[in-house]
Design a protein around this ligand. Structure first.
Ligand code: BES
Ligand code: ZN
Ligand code: MN
Length: 515
């Protein structure tokens, strides 16, 4: 009997687990002190007796202030005081926000911290109290909460006796004077971006046995299903052969999973307006190919498609919030494997543009697929500008760690705009040089260029891609190798693992400069 049950359970569990998207429903309510349950509130540095704090202190007959004093809680940014059983409440969570001005980024971080508390808690309802009047502020709190509560647990079995199963479910209520009106701002402007970030994180986190180029395409189709003004086009191997996309094909041919070029065209702007082009590196797994990588940390190379996930999801955000702009995402999808059909070092490849390159390392595959993808985007769409997003090099990780993505551009205006948008969005960029001399290492004796073997750096990779960009096109290359995956503890709005870096940045860039 028990044996029979365990067989049934083994069969049933993966299905049940796949359905479980543990997430709190985010809702809005007018500002008021709930009398019980779990409440979270922000506290400025010095813990002034104001707002929700003052009310809760009164409701608890001064117990809140006594607890703060006893614990020497100062309200410093990022600090937390978690008080169970105070007055009628299950839990009162004080979140320090320091003394800096309250920007959207601060609000999103605050919301993110509440989201993370919510994800770890089994209580059915968590209420965030915020006395600020503006609907926008409340929407940013909710946006942060949605980003912060992210987790990927579809492959975890659920054990009915384990109470952790209930964690992260129920409601998260934002209580502000703006009340339910804030919900309209959130649903129209920010929830679509939160959904896009979640979509990108899911794509990046999926392991390579599940997610390969064709599956990425399927998932994208599902994500855009029913959205107005969106056209999806997919190039398969014969289509790429016809166009002469030797770069895409050279990387894809070592794998049993064929490559794909995914194109998502969103036209929310005027018909005759040139689109913004976002092109992403989408290597669903990077073994290095014949120039094979070492085994340490190799599992992480499932995230080598993060650029493709970001650009596709950025356009998903634009389409979701009906942004009045035209944009196209081009995802260069391939799996880089060693095999009897793989490209060899020394091979000469002819790209769609007619330019040739010699493969020095099959592990410099990102620039190979991007050579065709950026060229295709220019030929097909005559874009106003082009931003490519790629986990391109280990050297950018060494240079900038997990604080900044590398930004390479010949266009000072575009570089400044992207940097500013990153600051607003909480996705920081650091501009790196694109010196002419980086081209020296890319000269080949047998082809127009070679794909590596010169200087080791991120700048050489950027320079290579630049060879397929028209001189007069504003172009930027974002090397997100250090930012796309977070091994350490994470931030309030970006828990450990896939970050979806680039989605918020590109959405913000469009908001600020192109709509
Ligand atoms: N996908 C890697 C870059 C990478 C490294 C991403 C670490 C994330 C974390 C890329 O394809 C690669 O292998 N780059 C090589 C380039 C070299 C062969 C010119 C590198 O950086 O070592
Ligand atoms: Zn790679
Ligand atoms: Mn590689």
């Amino acid at each position: 009997m028990s044996r029979f049950l365990s067989v049934v359970a083994a069969l049933a569990l993966p299905l049940a687990a796949a359905d479980a998207a543990a997430e709190r429903r985010i809702s809005f309510a007018p500002y008021a002190l709930p009398g019980s349950g779990t409440v979270a509130l922000a506290v400025r540095e010095g813990v002034p007796g104001e707002g929700a704090f003052a009310q809760l202190n009164a409701a608890s007959n001064g117990a809140l202030r006594r607890a703060v004093d006893a614990m020497q809680f100062e309200g410093k940014r990022g600090s937390k005081l978690d008080l169970p059983g105070l007055a009628g409440y299950d839990r009162v969570i004080l979140l320090g926000i320091g003394e800096e001005p309250v920007t959207p980024r601060v609000l999103e971080d605050l919301g993110g911290r509440v989201g993370q508390e919510g994800a770890a808690s089994a209580s059915p309802r968590i209420e965030l109290l915020w006395v600020g009047e503006e609907a926008d502020a409340a929407a940013h709190l909710a946006f942060g909460a949605a980003l912060g509560q992210y987790r990927f647990d579809k492959y975890k079995s659920r054990d009915a006796e384990d109470d952790t199963a209930a964690r992260g479910e129920g409601e998260l209520v934002v209580r502000t004077p703006a009340g339910v009106a804030a919900g309209e701002v959130y649903r129209a402007q920010w929830q679509p971006v939160a959904t896009a970030v979640k979509t990108a994180r899911d794509l990046v986190t999926e392991p390579a046995n599940v997610l390969y180029p064709e599956v990425f395409v399927e998932r994208a189709r599902e994500a855009f299903d029913g959205m107005p003004n969106v056209r999806i086009e997919v190039l398969d191997v014969p289509a790429m052969e016809k166009l002469g996309m030797g770069g895409m094909l050279a990387v894809g041919k070592g794998s049993a999973r064929p490559p794909r070029l995914l194109v998502v065209h969103y036209t929310g702007g005027a018909r005759d307006q040139a689109p913004l082009a976002f092109v992403g590196k989408g290597i669903t797994f990077d073994t290095g190919g014949i120039s094979i990588k070492g085994s340490s940390g190799l599992w992480r190379m499932k995230y080598d498609m993060a650029g493709a996930a970001s650009v596709t999801s950025a356009v998903l955000a634009l389409a979701g919030r009906r942004a009045p702009v035209n944009a196209v995402a081009v995802a260069a999808l391939a799996e880089n494997m060693p095999s009897g059909t793989a490209a060899h070092p020394g091979d000469v490849v002819t790209t769609m543009s007619g330019k040739t390159f010699e493969i020095m390392s099959t592990d410099a595959e990102g620039r190979m697929v991007l050579s065709d993808a950026v060229y295709y985007a220019q030929q097909e769409f005559e874009p106003k500008l082009l931003v490519d997003v790629a986990t391109l090099t280990g050297s950018i990780v060494t240079a900038l760690g997990d604080e900044y993505a590398g930004l390479f551009s010949r266009d000072d205006t575009l570089a400044a705009q992207l940097t500013a948008a990153g600051e607003l969005a909480g996705e920081d960029l650091w501009r790196m040089p694109l010196h002419e001399s980086y081209g020296e290492g890319l000269k080949s004796p047998v082809a127009d260029l070679r794909n590596g073997g010169g200087g080791p750096g991120a700048g050489v990779g950027a320079h290579f891609i630049g060879n397929w960009i028209a001189d007069d096109l504003p172009w930027a290359h974002l090397d997100i190798a250090g930012m796309a995956w977070r091994e350490s503890e994470g931030t309030p709005t970006s828990p450990t693992g896939a970050t979806a870096f680039g989605v918020r940045l590109l959405d913000r860039f469009v908001r600020e400069y192109h709509q």
